[in-house]
Ligand binder design. Structure first.
Ligand SMILES: Cc1cc2nc3c(=O)[nH]c(=O)nc-3n(C[C@H](O)[C@H](O)[C@H](O)COP(=O)(O)OP(=O)(O)OC[C@H]3O[C@@H](n4cnc5c(N)ncnc54)[C@H](O)[C@@H]3O)c2cc1C
Length: 367
């Protein structure tokens, strides 16, 4: 068996690590000049999005032998709508760094594998398929899945983010769901340390947003964060992504091709979380290749999470700032703590179950 992994990101490296543990050495093809050679940004692993898993970092090490050091635990989350705010306190998840940084998750994964990585790769999927018995597609987007008609595209998002300097509580993550600032979208502040944070705005490319200028909304968001934090927050780095695809493939495996990470559809369309599912998808593809499981079957819970998140995304598109204010108001206190901290409840699953008939009627959710 000769395995090619296309992409040295979270899912591709997790796949390689797991294959190696089981005595198989794949070959990785990465188009960039090194692992994580892209903009730096802060990301988060939120327990609420990975239920029934209670603690992503512990689960990755205990269940899958993948060891990741986050930047910090998240002990407080501040959620803002136009006129309301909710503060949730307790262990909520972790923050971590991505991209061109020694401690980025992809760099940490790279250090756990001995697999050869061919950088600057220009090999196409078709070339790899002709040279290897199996190909793991781990390129971080749905492009190949789409090209091979194995993809249902549900959404694309325009994202703009920056690293800012200031004074931050590294245990606190902030999120804004205010449609005056990000219509049908969301904004985050994720600290890297006490002195640096990442701020990001994400705007879905909906017909309602066709006249919206991401850079103008960014300016409003940036000013708003500065005035809310009463700090100047000079920008030291910036990035912008247009039409970041979110969708899911129809089959996780076709012949000897495995669709992992965002190729599969691990990016939750609700608030854009996908790291944990991407890593696990790489592990599951390796299990199948080692004869330890069936990839399609193993991916069923992650497929369900994606579909649940899509229902929530469609519900979000039906809301106005008034509705968002009501939700954020109700999350401040008992309900917020119950939903975010009571580990036996999967709020995304429950909300999706309750909202599905309404959303099916309104917008059409395909499964
Ligand atoms: C701005 C932003 C913020 C995010 N925030 C969060 C968050 O807070 N929490 C969270 O859980 N998720 C977040 N996500 C989602 C998360 O980052 C992704 O779900 C996850 O990285 C996907 O992993 P992957 O393995 O599919 O792809 P990646 O980790 O992106 O890796 C793909 C790799 O494939 C390489 N590649 C691409 N094309 C080719 C090719 N043709 N040949 C060879 N190599 C190729 C790339 O260079 C890259 O190294 C965010 C995403 C973005 C864009």
């Amino acid at each position: 068996m000769e395995i090619a992994i296309m992409g040295a990101g979270l899912s591709g490296l997790a796949c390689a690590i797991t294959l190696e543990k089981n005595g198989i050495t794949p070959t990785i093809f990465e188009k960039r000049r090194e692992v994580g050679d892209r903009f730096v940004n802060g990301e988060a692993l939120l327990d609420i999005f990975t239920r029934p898993v209670q603690d992503c970092i512990a689960s990755l090490s205990d269940e899958y032998g993948i060891f990741l050091k986050p930047t910090s635990a998240i002990q407080r989350m501040k959620l803002f709508s136009k006129n309301e705010q909710a503060v949730i306190e307790g262990h909520l998840g972790f923050t971590n760094i991505r991209g061109r940084d020694h401690d980025a998750f992809e760099s940490q994964l790279e250090r756990q594998t001995k697999t050869t990585i061919h950088y600057h790769s220009e090999k196409t999927y078709e070339e790899l398929l002709s040279e290897y018995t199996h190909v793991v597609l781990a390129t971080g987007d749905g492009a190949y899945a789409k090209e091979t008609h194995n993809y249902r595209e549900d959404l694309s998002v325009s994202i703009k983010g920056a690293t800012v300097e200031g004074s931050f509580d590294k245990y606190t993550v902030m999120a804004w769901i205010d449609y005056d600032i990000a219509p049908y979208g969301y904004c985050f502040l994720i600290p890297y340390s006490e002195k640096e944070a990442n701020i990001t705005i994400a705007i879905p490319d909906l017909p309602e947003n066709k006249n919206v200028e991401t850079s103008e909304l960014w300016d409003t968001f940036y000013s708003m964060v500065q005035s809310q934090l009463k700090q100047e927050l000079p920008i030291t780095d910036q990035f912008q992504i247009t039409q970041y695809l979110m969708g899911i493939c129809h089959s996780a495996r076709i012949g000897n091709t495995f669709y992992v990470g965002n190729n599969f559809g691990t990016m939750m369309p609700f608030m854009g979380f996908g790291q944990y599912a991407s890593i696990v998808s790489g592990v599951y593809a390796a299990y199948d290749l080692c004869g330890l499981g069936n990839y399609e079957e193993l991916m069923k819970p992650l497929r369900q999470s994606y579909e649940d998140a899509l229902v929530l995304r469609r519900a979000m598109e039906q809301l106005s700032n008034k509705g968002l204010d009501r939700i954020i108001h109700s999350l401040n206190g008992y309900w917020g703590e119950k939903l975010f901290l009571k580990k036996s409840i999967n709020p995304i699953r429950v909300a999706s179950y309750l909202l599905r008939p309404y959303i099916k009627m309104k917008k059409g959710v395909t499964s």
